[in-house]
Design a protein around this ligand. Structure first.
Ligand code: SAM
Length: 279
């Protein structure tokens, strides 16, 4: 779909791109081809797409995939897609806010040109699903945050959390001109490959999330102070000091300098401390 085709559809259907819902539609067929080629949809893929919009990616995926589930929040776009894909029996359109949905965990690929206003919430939420491959177009700055390592000023809860679940790669940049309306900043296509074995399991994962939130809640604080005072963990100073000692982490360091492995060790130490408190 190029820009003039898109303009005629939005006029015909009385649609208006809604900035608040992050509606920037892909209007470069060259970029669309590049994305579709790299995603490599096959006939046994069950795809989850967030925000099909006018169906640029959806239309191409539905030609090949076993099934596409597309979740669209906007009623006008949902109606347009329902009409466009009427008669296709391998597509399920859902009119909903993805952030409020709990879908069965049956997908093989997750694909989205993410709405910018809630990209990080969506990324945190997709970690609940075990789809092996995730392909997302997002703001270049956020893509850089995802792959940042310790000590980098953009390293944060998003980098550590996504690193826990996935191996991330920036595949290529996408210019502002590839979208209509043109967004304020450039984008990148990112691939996240799900780790076959997560570093922790069960309730330890919840503790890991609390530790990461605490560490970056007090980004400028030492890790000892951040853990002691964080409302997310409530470890107290003595508990925090003991957990850090057990994980062999100097309490004078900052969360932004800790590696993923150190966060994992710290979560294990916090779990042991909780166990002791319970006995
Ligand atoms: N996939 C289309 C494309 O590439 O041209 C549209 C992408 S546009 C950047 C983001 C889409 O996500 C819009 O259609 C928007 O209405 C939809 N959207 C925004 N927030 C959403 C949410 N919370 N749940 C589901 N869809 C959402």
């Amino acid at each position: 779909m190029n820009k003039s085709e898109l303009m005629s559809i939005i006029e015909q259907y009385g649609l208006r791109p809604n900035k608040k819902l992050g509606q920037n539609f892909l209007v470069s067929n060259a970029v669309l081809d590049k994305i579709i080629n790299i995603i490599g949809i096959s006939s046994d893929d069950r795809v989850l797409e967030i925000g099909p919009g006018l169906g640029a990616l959806t239309g191409r995926m539905v030609e090949v995939a076993e099934g596409v589930t597309a979740v669209e929040i906007d009623s006008g776009l949902y109606r347009y897609c329902a009409e466009r894909f009427r008669g296709k029996n391998n597509i399920r359109l859902i009119h909903a806010d993805f952030l409020k949905l709990d879908l069965a965990d049956t997908f093989t690929k997750f694909v989205s040109n993410l709405p910018y206003y809630c990209s990080s919430e969506i990324l945190f939420r997709i970690t609940r699903y075990s789809a092996p491959h995730v392909y997302v177009t997002l703001q270049k700055e956020m893509a850089d945050r995802i792959i940042a390592g310790p000590g980098n000023k953009t390293y944060g809860a998003l980098s550590v959390t996504l690193g826990f679940y996935y191996q991330p790669t920036i595949l290529f940049g996408v210019s502002r001109e590839s979208f209509y309306p043109r967004p304020e900043v450039a984008s990148s296509l990112v691939r996240l490959v799900r780790r076959r074995r997560l570093p922790l399991s069960g309730g330890d994962i919840d503790i890991f999330h609390m530790v990461v939130k605490s560490a970056f809640w007090g980004r400028r604080k030492t890790i000892l102070k951040a853990l002691s005072e964080s409302p997310h963990l409530q470890a107290g100073r003595e508990g925090a000091a003991r957990s850090l000692a057990a994980a062999r982490i100097d309490g004078g360091r900052r969360g932004e300098d800790l590696t993923l492995d150190e966060f994992v060790s710290l979560a294990e130490a916090c779990r042991d401390l909780r166990g002791e408190q319970l006995t």
